[in-house]
Design a protein around this ligand. Structure first.
Ligand code: PLP
Length: 423
């Protein structure tokens, strides 16, 4: 995969029928790519060297948690319910086991170089979680007070990271409500940044954007405008991207990794969520930034020893799920589901731009107390959870679960009598 190649230029492989009538959200039953994962078998030959000779033992993993994605196939609560797969276990078996904390692991170094190159940056650093990726980036970018960061009021770093920026960096956080209701633009940023630096001020040192944010794509042109302005300030304002799900924006064709990479001084991206790896995130930036980020990572306890165990499956996840077209096909399911919902008379809270469908239950005349138990008990669908009204699609959602979701929508919007089994 050449760096900077957009997803759109890649061939779609697998069996989801993308040639079907795209105007209508009708489901076309074909074999699901996820079933293929379930059928792969891995025979692990373990050679035990014992005092009185060598004994060979075969470890059967066919009935382990690695061999199927059944639990995730009907889970629309979040893409963090994706299950690591047998090929990922195989990647762990085949990985290197050098010391990641001291840059001595070949698989980790190769992954860091690979992702840095994909993003057009000099360097990258593996971290255990996305939260740590953001906190390492902020701690690295910020010096001494007074300092503030500017963030969309809905940002993950505000709501889901335990108050890290205040606790770890002692920074003032300026939350901004976008004037257009959808995403931050240059005029929002200009209005709420502090560029003056008198004794009264707490200057904006970091602009932390998130893309996509809860399924919404931040348009590349707006990002570029903000970045150009931020870098023209004296001193330049550090541009950080929480790109936990950046892969989704790329799969949706909104930007290339390099176009986005060029706009930011640090970017964190998750290997879990939609990519489905067991753990890990990565931070990219300049060599100088990453050198200092190693200190932040160490201070926060995020340096790992045999980090090849993280890097092996993470590399596979990028190549297989993003570049292999699986994320794109999951987004097609999201698009079809939202089209069906609207066609049946349902209302949406948000446009469907990536892998999330936001259903407006109240606006659609549906009682939430009926909706979620019905999905679970009558249709075998896990929907709702901590963020209700959000239906999340990931590559392990099976075609069968998708078909049941369509049936459930027909039931919920009261058309199932005329419209049974029409998918
Ligand atoms: C999940 C997520 C994170 C944090 O990732 P963890 O691995 O759960 O710590 C950060 N930002 C966004 C936007 C996320 O969705």
């Amino acid at each position: 995969m050449a760096p900077g190649v957009t997803y759109a230029s890649l061939p779609a492989n697998g069996s989801f029928d993308t040639t079907a009538d795209t105007e209508k959200p009708q489901f076309v039953a074909t074999a699901t790519p996820v079933d293929a994962i379930e059928s792969i078998k891995l025979g692990l030959q373990i050679q035990r060297h014992e005092q009185n000779g060598t004994t060979a033992k075969s470890l059967d993993v066919t009935n382990s948690a690695w061999t199927h994605s059944r639990e995730s196939s009907n889970n629309f609560i979040s893409d963090f319910y994706t299950k690591p797969t047998l090929p990922m276990l195989e990647a762990i078996v085949r990985t290197t086991l050098g010391d990641g904390d001291n840059d001595e692991d070949a698989a980790t170094n190769a992954l860091q170089e690979y992702v840095a190159d994909l993003m057009g940056h000099e360097s990258a650093l593996l971290v255990p979680t996305g939260t740590m990726g953001n906190q390492v980036s902020l701690r690295t970018a910020l010096g001494n007070p007074p300092h503030s960061i500017l963030v969309d009021y809905r940002g993950h770093i505000i709501h889901f990271e335990g108050g890290g920026p205040s606790a770890i960096c002692g920074t003032l956080i300026r939350t901004v409500v976008p004037a257009n209701g959808h995403h931050l633009t240059l005029s929002d940023v200009q209005k709420f940044s502090t560029v003056r630096n008198t004794m009264y001020d707490c200057p904006t040192r970091v602009i932390a954007l998130e893309n996509p944010m809860e399924g919404r794509i931040l348009p590349l042109a707006d990002i570029q405008a903000i970045s150009t302005w931020a870098r023209a300030q004296n001193p330049p304002i550090h541009m950080h991207l929480d790109g936990a799900r950046l892969w989704e924006a790329v799969a949706a064709g909104a930007c290339t990794l390099r176009e986005i990479g060029a706009c930011f001084d640090s970017i964190q991206m998750c290997f879990t969520k939609g990519l489905g790896a067991p753990l890990g995130s990565i931070v990219v930036g300049s060599s100088v930034f990453i050198q200092r980020a190693k200190w932040s990572r160490k201070m926060l306890g995020g340096g790992t020893r045999s980090s090849g165990v993280i890097a092996g499956p993470a590399r596979l996840a990028i190549d297989d799920v993003l570049f292999g077209g699986k994320m794109k096909r999951a987004q097609e399911k999201a698009r079809r589901a939202s089209e069906l919902w609207v066609e049946l008379g349902g209302k949406l809270l948000e446009r469907t731009e990536t892998n999330m469908v936001w259903v407006d239950l109240e606006g659609s005349g549906i009682d939430a107390k009926w909706f979620y138990p019905m999905a679970k008990n009558d249709f075998g669908l896990n929907i709702g959870g901590v963020i209700p009204q959000r239906i999340v699609f990931h590559y392990q959602i099976s075609d069968e679960a998708f078909a049941r979701l369509c049936d459930f929508f027909r039931k919920a919007l009261g058309t199932e009598a005329q419209d049974t089994n029409s998918y």
